[in-house]
Design a protein around this ligand. Structure first.
Ligand SMILES: *Cc1c(COP(=O)(O)O)cnc(C)c1O
Length: 380
């Protein structure tokens, strides 16, 4: 089955044995009747499993070319489950240009529980090796990175992970499986904030993991059930519905992203425009190799390079909404230094380029002319 067909049909055989409904019913139930103790039909209690969530988990596994999917109450709950594979003394190497909430989870919770993190630039995969020692267990990669749109070569990192017998996890939230398939490039775990492109309509918070390996899936399933960070059936239904149009939405996100990136670059008041589709983007070749398009996420800075200049633009926007989050049908603008990345100390932020005038756009699927006109009037 090819990708577009998988978004609609992947893992969705016989979702309703009772009546043959095309979409799985929303099984809004916490428990399931048993004919005799232990005599159930595959579901006992909805933390351990719920048929609507199972339908979504099978879809997730299918679109990511994996064997097992797990859905959680948020992206961070999914990352939290991965971290619980490790124990005090273990070390994890992570990209330094990272979603702020992931950084906060790693440093404020898991560092305190004895796990050591190294945050490093990974555009040069070879550079990872000097941080590897006998305690290293995992490499955590986000690509494209948030919000600087750096691209990390997943295949090159996976070679290093395999050489040292480490797990490789990829946060695939920005690219989605429409643009990038990390398991095929050698990753062991794919994580998503399904809140973003997979859900796609800014109406649900959810996270997911997809793996190929049965043993790893069993460990993560144990954690999912034991820690209990699951999502409900209504949200599972919404994300499953979102996935069915993922390919159509992503195609438009890519087209509009290109138009907006090119417009920003042509505006004399704008300084840097970070978008991996530009041929002079430092990692453009890797992006071209591992992604089938460049997406709708763009960051830029103003020539004035002040907080005020950025504030003025985001306040003037009319079609773009000033809001956290990304990946929905509507275009959003964010100010990382004061919003998504406020939990990262200013010195750390500045090291990775998150300056005070940086604005991040999640380009939606509206008409490209309206988006460009909106930026034009807001930048002035
Ligand atoms: C939003 C996001 C997360 C966290 O997901 P939630 O669903 O908000 O918990 C993690 N990684 C990336 C890249 C994100 O954009």
């Amino acid at each position: 089955m090819k990708f577009n067909t998988k978004t609609i049909h992947g893992g969705q055989d016989n979702v309703d044995p009772a009546y043959g409904s095309v979409m799985p019913p929303i099984y809004q139930t916490s428990t399931y009747s048993q004919s005799t103790p232990g005599g159930h039909k595959g579901f006992e209690y909805s933390r351990s499993g719920n048929p609507t969530r199972t339908a979504l988990e099978k879809s997730l596994a299918s679109i990511e070319n994996g064997n097992f999917g797990l859905a959680f109450g948020s992206g961070l709950a999914a990352i939290d489950a991965v971290m619980k594979l490790f124990k005090p003394g273990d070390e994890i190497i992570s990209t330094n240009d990272l979603y702020g909430g992931s950084y906060r989870l790693f440093t404020s919770i898991f560092e305190g529980l004895g796990i050591k993190f190294h945050f490093i630039g990974m555009q040069d995969a070879e550079g990872i090796e000097e941080y590897i020692n006998e305690n290293t267990k995992l490499i955590w990669v986000e690509t494209p990175t948030n919000p600087m749109m750096n691209i990390i070569d997943i295949e090159a990192v996976s070679k290093i992970a395999k050489k040292h017998d480490l797990l490789l996890a990829v946060d695939n939230t920005f690219a989605t499986p429409y643009l990038q398939q990390p398991l095929d490039l050698g990753a062991d775990i794919i994580m998503h904030s399904a809140t973003k492109y997979l859900g796609g309509h800014s109406d649900v918070v959810m996270g997911s993991l997809v793996v190929k390996d049965k043993e790893l899936a069993d460990k993560l399933y144990f954690i999912q059930n034991a820690s209990g960070g699951v999502c409900g059936p209504q949200d599972s239904f919404l994300v499953l519905r979102g996935i069915k149009t993922l390919h159509l939405r992503m195609q438009r996100h890519c087209e509009n992203g290109e138009a907006v990136a090119k417009y920003l670059r042509s505006n004399p008041k704008i300084d840097k425009v970070y978008w991996p589709g530009f041929e002079d983007h430092p990692n453009h070749d890797i992006a071209k190799k591992q992604m089938s398009g460049f997406g709708g996420m763009i960051s830029f800075t103003t020539k004035e390079n002040t907080l005020e200049s950025a504030t003025k633009i985001v306040e003037n926007l009319k079609v773009f909404t000033l809001a956290e989050s990304l990946g929905g049908v509507e275009s959003l603008a964010g100010h990382p230094a004061s919003m998504t990345h406020a939990s990262i100390p200013q010195e750390e932020r500045a090291k990775t380029g998150v300056v005070d005038s940086l604005i991040r756009l999640s380009v939606g699927i509206e008409d490209e002319e309206d988006l460009v006109a909106d930026l034009k009037q807001a930048i002035g």
